[in-house]
Design a protein around this ligand. Structure first.
Ligand code: HEC
Ligand code: HEC
Length: 272
């Protein structure tokens, strides 16, 4: 009888434990809340914080490091950008309106063709047209204070005193992701915008020039080729283009559903 009671009470305890565990212990699956946009109060920001904001934009949402990297060699490295600004402005090929380094760096982002670094122009234009998109428009769409923050970062990177003023209007910044996996993007257009494919490709209303025009890619490539072109860009180089330019880590950044969504979308682009 003792044993029987022990067994019964043990069973009841076990059942009770699992019931409680399944109710309270297992985390409920809830969709991640939409990221809240934080307002940064620039008036209260120190210059160091402003430079750090510029660094985050440079490496993140600004997409600058997609092209300005050691790897591809199709865009100049920017450690010296502040140092060479005076030389650029004095060059007879200079078409812009800047009269100091901060002005030159600002202009480089919003009117890239004002000065095209020799050897880096859009092919066939004799270095008169830059393949760099205007960073204030399109899917990146940096605001004026954000562009100024990047200028501050580039001046600091070059070892110069920062001469841009911290703007007084507030700037909005999405908060750092706290290790939470992001929810997958719902549409191909959203994924293309977030992964900045349009910085280099003509695609989904963007006018990128460094990579092939993708508006009729589905007429030229089968789904398997498209999948490989995204996962291993250097496996097969599109004719007339350079290797090592398209980022090769999209396989790590994209969810499988997003990859398939992009492949389906691209396969459906058959041109006008
Ligand atoms: C799609 C590729 C691409 C992206 C993205 C891009 N750039 Fe560029 N950038 C270039 C190329 C190519 C050049 C050289 C041609 C020229 O002078 O415009 C250039 C030139 C520049 C220059 C002039 C450098 C010099 O030596 O005079 C600056 C400054 C610059 N980029 C800053 C940026 C910043 C900051 C960002 C991000 C907000 C950015 N770029 C994003 C391709 C890119
Ligand atoms: C920094 C510039 C850059 C970015 C960003 C970029 N690409 Fe590319 N892409 C290229 C270049 C250059 C090529 C041609 C060389 C090659 O085939 O790798 C290319 C090739 C391709 C091709 C093969 C085209 C053909 O004619 O066979 C596809 C498909 C493609 N990219 C899709 C994408 C998608 C989707 C994204 C965003 C998730 C993206 N690319 C982002 C530069 C870029």
């Amino acid at each position: 009888m003792r044993t029987f009671l022990a067994v019964v009470s043990f069973s009841l305890l076990t059942v009770g434990f699992f019931a409680a565990y399944s109710n309270y212990g297992i985390p409920q699956i809830e969709p991640a809340p939409p990221p809240e946009v934080e307002e940064l109060d620039l008036a209260a920001m120190s210059m160091d914080e402003f430079v750090a904001l510029g660094a985050r934009l440079y490496q993140g949402r600004g997409t600058c490091t997609l092209c300005h990297t050691e790897l591809g060699g199709r865009a100049p490295l920017l450690e010296e950008a502040a140092a060479v600004a005076a030389e650029r402005i004095a060059d007879e090929r200079y078409q812009g309106e800047a009269d100091d380094a901060a002005g030159y760096l600002y202009e480089s982002m919003v009117a890239p063709s004002a000065y095209v670094v020799a050897g880096f122009g859009k092919s066939g234009t004799g270095d008169t047209v830059s393949p760099m998109p205007n960073m204030a428009t399109g899917s990146v769409g940096l605001s004026e204070p954000e562009i100024r923050a990047i200028v501050a970062f580039l001046q600091d990177l070059g070892g110069f005193e920062v001469t841009v003023e911290i703007p007084t209007e507030a700037v909005e910044e999405a908060p750092e992701e706290a290790g939470e996996p992001r929810p997958p993007f719902a549409t191909p257009e959203e994924a293309i915008a977030e992964f900045a494919c349009g910085a280099c490709h003509k695609l989904a209303g963007e006018e990128g020039e460094l990579g092939p025009d993708l508006t009729s890619i589905g007429a030229r490539r089968a789904k398997d080729d498209l999948r490989r072109a995204i996962l291993q860009p250097n496996a097969d180089i599109a004719e007339g283009f350079e290797p090592d330019l398209m980022p090769d880590d999209y396989g790590e950044q994209l969810y499988a559903v997003e990859l398939e969504m992009l492949v389906d979308y691209l396969a459906g682009l058959k041109g006008p």
